[in-house]
Design a protein. Structure first.
Length: 83
């Protein structure tokens, strides 16, 4: 069974599972779920963000404004529609 099918089966199961089973599943996965959602506690990730920010401040990294990103996304969407 491929990953997509597994995800769908798990989602379907979770939708109809009783409270006891949901709590059991959550207990098993709680550490991973918390770890993924609390990115600010990941010192390696924060260090990478700090390094990139410092590189940008020194002019060694290219950065984009939110407006530049919005324009690029709009252009990509228009390009896809044209196909």
């Amino acid at each position: 069974m491929d990953t997509t099918a597994l995800r769908e089966k798990l989602c379907d199961y979770i939708r109809v599972a009783d409270e006891k089973k949901l709590k059991a599943i959550y207990t098993i996965l709680e550490d991973e779920i918390t770890e993924e959602t609390e990115w600010w506690k990941d010192h390696v990730f924060i260090g990478e963000l700090d390094n990139r920010y410092e590189a940008w401040q020194k002019g060694n990294e290219k950065a984009y404004t939110l407006n530049e990103v919005d324009i690029a996304i709009k252009q990509l969407k228009e390009k896809r529609r044209a196909k």
